[in-house]
Design a protein around this ligand. Structure first.
Ligand code: PGA
Length: 252
């Protein structure tokens, strides 16, 4: 089954608004034409609405990096998925390891966020991935399987089809150490098998599984050419137009 690849930029807490605007302008000017993959940009919340306007009619989709799981209420400083939907956001990242580690988001919390994102009609980019300790102990499959079981395997088959997964080994995020193409492929194949065991072969083959962790222009195309890798979630290297466009060309 052919799956449309996604190349998603996670800006994290970087760039001024003016820098972000220029970056999006440069990316849109350099996109392959025609383009065979989806390009997603996840800026900080406060730039989302303007960047949605800026990218109207362009093949660039805007994502949020995070959301609150509740629809509304006394949650000072938080942003609901309904709010994101109301300004035209299309995707929302959840379960990112930085949110899990620094903001104490558990599998249960991520589960509630996945539900909220799907209910609102946005597409969740659900992140999973193990720490270096867990990999060194050889427990990465068991660990990732549990993240899937506890945060997304409660979904109905129909809801599950609306989800994108990003495998991001924590030891590769922002460290300059990338999983080798073989390591990425091995985990992606494992995730796909695990989905097949739960939801069947057809849904498993249709699920997009992105890789994230120190993707750069010079390693992107090899990673993206692995059979079970359907694109990437790119942090640091998405902050420069030239490098990010090279990464996009590796997938599209
Ligand atoms: P990185 O980040 O590309 O800077 O490693 C990826 C991510 O955290 O999504």
């Amino acid at each position: 089954m052919s799956r449309t690849k996604i190349v998603a930029a996670n800006w994290k807490m970087n760039l001024s608004y003016a820098e972000g605007e220029v970056l999006v302008k440069e990316i849109s000017a350099g996109l392959p034409d025609p383009i065979s993959c989806e390009v997603v940009v996840a800026p900080p919340f406060v730039y989302i609405q303007s960047l949605i306007r800026q990218t109207e009619g362009l093949p660039i989709h805007i994502a949020a990096q995070h959301c609150h799981e509740k629809a509304s209420g006394a949650y000072t400083g938080e942003i609901s998925v309904g709010m994101l939907k109301s300004i035209g956001a299309e995707y929302c990242i959840t379960g990112h390891s930085e949110r899990r580690q620094l903001f104490h988001e558990t599998n249960d919390i991520v589960k509630a966020k996945v539900d909220a994102i799907l209910d609102s009609g946005l597409i969740p980019i659900f992140c999973c991935g193990e720490s270096l300790d867990i990999r060194q102990e050889g427990r990465q499959n068991e660990f990732v399987k549990r993240q899937l079981e506890e945060s997304i395997f409660h979904l109905s088959p129909q809801a599950f089809e609306g989800l994108v997964i990003a495998y991001e080994p924590i030891w590769a995020i922002g460290t300059g150490v990338t999983a080798s193409p073989a390591q990425a492929q091995e985990m992606h194949a494992f995730i796909r098998e695990t989905i097949a065991a739960k939801y069947g072969e057809q849904i498993s083959q249709g699920t997009r599984i992105l890789y994230g962790g120190s993707i750069k222009a010079d390693n992107a195309s090899t990673i993206f050419s692995q059979v079970d890798v359907d694109g990437g979630l790119v942090g640091g290297a998405s902050l420069q137009a030239d490098g990010f466009l090279e990464i996009i060309k590796g997938a599209c």
